[in-house]
Design a protein around this ligand. Structure first.
Ligand code: NOJ
Length: 739
């Protein structure tokens, strides 16, 4: 007779309970242990330590390990995790999308979901079941090396996008071939570490956590049922995430009802002892990690033997271990790993990088482009006598274009820029193809490098400038300048990039800048002197083609920034939803109005900003009710007209401000948006709903409440005051949204 746990007609609860009852303590601790397959010696431990999970498996390693796991006493399948961050980027056949920061500029829920769906299919087809994505960190300091991994600076928008990404990854049923587990990370406030330093301490109170950093994770758990969370490396207000029982157990599991599991980040447990020193031995570190609520320990080799001892010595109650094992096994059963999906491995060429997926990557690149300046030079007319000079370090650099978490990044262990090369269209390649198609002339001189201080090919550059009608300069940063522990203190263009731009300007040739970068950079010179500025950040394999289409007007750009660009690194932090300073506009001493003495108050480019070839006009903005009763959502309508001769898409944004409240609140907070496609000369009526609960603040007692009184809604095309139309309304009663 088959054991219950092997009977696929039994419920998952019955199967888990049966299996748990058969497991030794060693087998249980093994389920909690995750090791990198890429580190020597780790795969040999599979049978001896009853390993439950490996990460960073590429090629056929996963299938080979799964075959070995099937032969163990209970045959418990492995679960494999990978950093498929913007596509299954560590597999050379896979589709590489724009990074999270880039794709967030699309403000396109459906696109974010579709990208995740494609990623899920491609990951699952390589025998892997779980991606460490999406990143829900709030990106408020551009010096941070990992800012490219975020959906930008607004927590509400991050939550909206996270829900789509998670639903896309996880699909309808975990046991289907297009579903994988998602992992919301890094729990929590990892983007807020002081000075933009990666994995340093975040000086954030519990009130601020509840008000700003926890909400995207709460949405991920409650609205998208995310299967896992990853505890960040860092400490919040002195408590490392991995040692924070309040954060892991009380908030995520008890209050929110997380039914998935929590994995630590890399070596978090060891670090409690060796780096953060809140535990005086590895035993104490393992003890603290277990009782705080971590379910799976990533890459802490000491964990297995230490944890077995802790349970056998009676220091850790076996019930704590059982809870973690149940959470992990539940997901393994749900994934079908005990059944038909154990060795699921279709012909990879029928799934990875197929034309439909590549088309979606192109759509993503197009929708991600933000046009930040256009003095009228764009779109260019591709006439036969046009002479285009393409220049700059990132005109033909696959690694710079794709960015972090693709080949070349340290986790991939490869530096060869031939990876993904055959699928990547750089700006140079796209312009060369366009030149053939339209019959114009294109020349390429690299001119400068991001890292090298030498000015390259000056003579060639000067000669090419003499023969050019327009220059496309692709500047920004490269992989060595971003990612984990690659923070920057300076956000200026490096190498001789600035000198290159100034030389072009001096030659008097019209200048179009294409910013290929992992982050906002301090580029006031470009904003002032370039004729046009396009930004696609790390725009994926189709990024060059997308830029070319915008330049020649084959595509009307619609992207808007989800992160502000500072004038100068010293202006950071510069996020839009700031708190009004004491010296703000209402001060009677107007000469002391909130300002820097040596810098503009506003960012160079603001959150929500982005141009189109069309011009849009907003009118008839109206609220259905001006007096809002508890729990009633706010309904808003407006008409947007495309006054131009070309079809376009605008992104309507809605912000709110709470006039008087028991604690300070931001000057404006995003609470709604809609992409609106409008044909030339047409108008579209837009209706939008703002959720009552989104008006909540977290009071001094840590309760989420909407306080009675006056509010404003601000509606418009960006977060800039001059783009917004304001309407006031009143909330009748203070209402607790959740405690
Ligand atoms: C460390 C990173 O912080 C995390 O984002 C990643 O998922 C893990 N390593 C695994 O690579």
């Amino acid at each position: 007779m088959t054991d219950i746990y092997q009977n696929k007609h039994a419920t998952i609860e019955e199967r888990v309970a049966d299996l748990l009852s058969r497991m030794t303590i060693e087998e249980k601790i093994g389920q909690l242990t995750q090791l990198p397959a890429s580190v020597e010696g780790n795969t040999e431990k599979l049978e001896e330590w009853h390993i439950g999970s490996y990460l960073h498996c590429t090629g056929d390693t996963a299938i080979r390990l799964q075959e070995r796991a099937a032969k163990t006493r209970l045959g418990i399948p492995l679960i494999f995790g990978i950093d498929a961050i913007h596509g299954h980027c560590f597999d050379n056949d896979a589709t590489v999308f724009p990074t999270q920061l880039a794709a967030s500029s699309s403000w396109d829920r459906e696109l974010i979901r579709d990208m995740a769906k494609v990623t899920a299919k491609e990951v699952r087809a390589t025998g892997i079941h779980w991606t460490f994505s999406p990143v829900l960190c709030v990106g408020r300091d551009a010096r941070w090396g990992r800012i490219n991994e975020t959906y930008g600076e607004d927590a509400w928008l991050i939550g909206e996008m996270a829900v789509e990404a998670i639903k896309g990854y996880q699909g309808e049923r975990f046991s289907s071939p297009d579903s994988i587990l998602a992992c919301a990370k890094h729990y929590v406030a990892y983007g807020e570490t002081v000075g933009g330093r990666d994995a340093y301490e975040a000086d954030v109170s519990r009130r601020k956590l509840k008000a700003l950093f926890l909400p995207p994770f709460k949405k991920a758990v409650q609205e998208a049922h995310v299967a896992s969370l990853m505890a960040g490396y860092h400490a919040n207000d002195g408590v490392p995430c991995t040692a924070d029982k309040w954060l892991l157990t009380d908030v995520a599991k008890t209050d929110w009802g997380l039914d998935g599991f929590i994995v630590t980040d890399w070596e978090n447990v060891t670090s409690l002892y060796t780096k953060q020193k809140v535990s005086a031995s590895i035993e104490e570190a393992c003890y603290r990690a277990l009782v705080s609520g971590n379910d799976m320990m990533m890459s802490t080799v000491e964990f297995y033997e230490t944890a077995v001892r802790l349970v056998k010595d009676g220091r850790v109650d076996e019930a704590v271990v059982n809870d973690a094992v149940i959470r992990i096994l539940t997901k393994k059963f749900a994934l079908g790993l005990f059944d038909d999906m154990r060795f699921y491995c279709p012909d990879r060429h029928e799934v990875l990088g197929i034309p439909a997926h590549r088309d979606l990557a192109l759509q993503a690149s197009l929708k991600s482009i933000v046009m930040l300046k256009n003095d009228g030079i764009l779109p260019l007319t591709p006439s036969k006598d046009l002479r285009v000079l393409v220049t700059g370090p990132n005109a033909d650099d696959v690694i710079a274009q794709l960015g972090d978490w693709s080949f070349g990044s340290m986790q991939a262990g490869a530096t060869d820029d031939q990876f993904h090369r055959d699928k990547t269209v750089t700006t140079l390649q796209a312009f060369q193809a366009a030149a053939k198609h339209y019959g114009f002339q294109v020349e390429y001189v690299k001119g400068a490098d991001c890292l090298d201080e030498e000015f390259e090919q000056v003579a060639e550059l000067d000669r090419a400038l003499e023969n050019a009608d327009v220059v496309i300069a692709c500047v920004g940063d490269t992989l060595a300048q971003n990612g984990e522990f690659h923070d920057r203190a300076n956000l200026d263009l490096t190498g001789k990039q600035q000198a290159l731009l100034e030389r072009i300007k001096a030659a008097g040739v019209p200048l179009i800048v294409n910013l290929v970068a992992s982050k906002p950079m301090t580029i006031p010179w470009i904003a002032e002197h370039a004729n046009a500025l396009l930004c696609g950040f790390n725009s994926g394999t189709q990024g060059g083609e997308a830029i070319k289409r915008v330049v020649f007007g084959e595509y009307n750009p619609s992207g808007k920034l989800t992160i502000s660009f500072p004038y100068h690194v010293g202006q950071l932090p510069v996020f839009y939803n700031k708190y009004e300073g004491w010296h703000a506009q209402h001060s009677q001493h107007t000469e002391f109005k909130e300002r820097y003495i040596d810098m503009p108050e506003q960012p160079l480019f603001c959150f929500g900003e982005g141009l189109s070839f069309s011009q849009f006009e907003y009118r008839d903005i109206a609220l259905k009710q001006r007096v809002i009763e508890p729990h009633s959502d706010i309904e808003l309508s407006l008409t947007v007209t495309n006054q131009s001769d070309i079809d376009g898409t605008d992104i309507v944004q809605v912000y709110f401000n709470d006039h008087f409240s028991s604690v300070t609140t931001p000057i404006k907070t995003l609470c709604g948006f809609q992409r609106v496609a409008i044909a030339a000369k047409e108008s579209v009526e837009v209706t939008m709903t703002v959720k009552f609960s989104d008006l909540a603040l977290v009071n001094a007692e840590l309760e989420e409440v909407v306080e009675a009184g006056a509010f404003s809604l601000m509606v418009g095309a960006s977060s800039k005051d001059e783009d917004l139309h304001t309407l006031d309304f009143e909330v009748t009663q203070t209402t607790t949204v959740s405690s």
